[in-house]
Design a protein around this ligand. Structure first.
Ligand code: FPP
Length: 249
């Protein structure tokens, strides 16, 4: 979230945390189990982290559950992941609703099965009045896809006469991206040992603090989250500006 002009943020708890949940496959393989078992363990970790974020006063949590590129995984793994999503949605939505969690989904929905799309719509509808924690699940999502769909939407507005090309600015692009109107992530956590963004929220991560850990996602728990939050609290967020120290020349 942007700090007021001319100030750095003294925020210690991030308002919005985004997570790339990596390492399920390696976690399973290292135990001699199939990759799908790693994804099942990953769902348990996701549930624990949702709970922990709620307890720590984080307002928005965005989880990268399935990327545009994940469609290229072996068919059997894609089916296992889709089955898991469908089951998790069926099983968890009531409890999330009772705990005051609002669910939202971002990504290219039309590629998902009708069953999943229906459960997603139902989950969004029955949690829309909640505000304890907003849980955004990125499913079939890619940062480049998001920019393309925003550009198409803006182009349609220009074509239909509702928008001058010169009026397109950062604010109007942000407004057409999937996360709108939520604030940008303050903190990105990536588990699994890689230090890259992998086509996640390309625009929205412009000023996020980036935290990478070797911990594999199924092993990531509330103490791992607390380490990431301690890292965040230690950062001096300048948003590209110089912070004038009192008494400096
Ligand atoms: C990465 O592990 C994880 C994914 C492809 C996403 C799947 C995530 C879950 C099942 C967690 C549950 C999420 C929700 C919200 C239902 P990987 O397969 O890339 O691991 P590897 O790098 O070790 O191969």
């Amino acid at each position: 979230m942007a700090a007021p002009p001319g100030q750095s943020s003294a925020q210690t708890v991030p308002e919005h945390v985004a997570v790339i949940m990596d390492g399920n496959g390696r976690w399973a393989r290292s135990r001699g189990m199939p990759r799908a078992a790693g994804h099942r363990a990953g769902v348990k970790s996701a549930k624990a982290i949702v709970q922990a974020c709620g307890e720590r006063g984080i307002r928005v949590l965005t989880l990268f559950a399935f990327s545009s590129e994940n469609w290229s995984r072996p068919r059997s793994e894609v089916s296992a992941l889709m089955k898991l999503m469908l089951e998790a949605l069926g099983r968890e939505v009531n409890e999330l609703a009772q705990k005051g969690v609002q669910l939202r989904f971002v990504g290219a929905r039309h590629r998902l099965s009708e069953d999943i799309q229906n459960r997603m719509a139902n989950a969004e509808q029955c949690t829309s009045g909640n505000d304890k924690l907003i849980l955004v699940i990125a499913l079939g999502y890619g940062g480049r896809w998001d920019l393309v769909q925003a550009a198409q939407e803006l182009a349609r507005e220009v074509r239909d006469g509702g928008l001058e090309p010169e009026a397109i600015d950062e604010e109007s692009i942000s407004r057409h991206l999937s996360l709108a109107p939520l604030p940008d992530p303050d903190l990105l956590i990536r588990t699994g040992g890689e230090s890259r963004i992998s086509n996640f929220l390309l625009w929205n991560l412009a000023y996020s603090e980036l935290y990478f850990t070797d911990c594999l996602w199924p092993d990531f728990d509330s103490s791992g989250l607390d380490e990431a939050l301690a890292f965040f609290a230690s950062r001096d967020r300048r948003f590209g500006r110089v912070v004038e120290k009192v008494g400096s020349a």
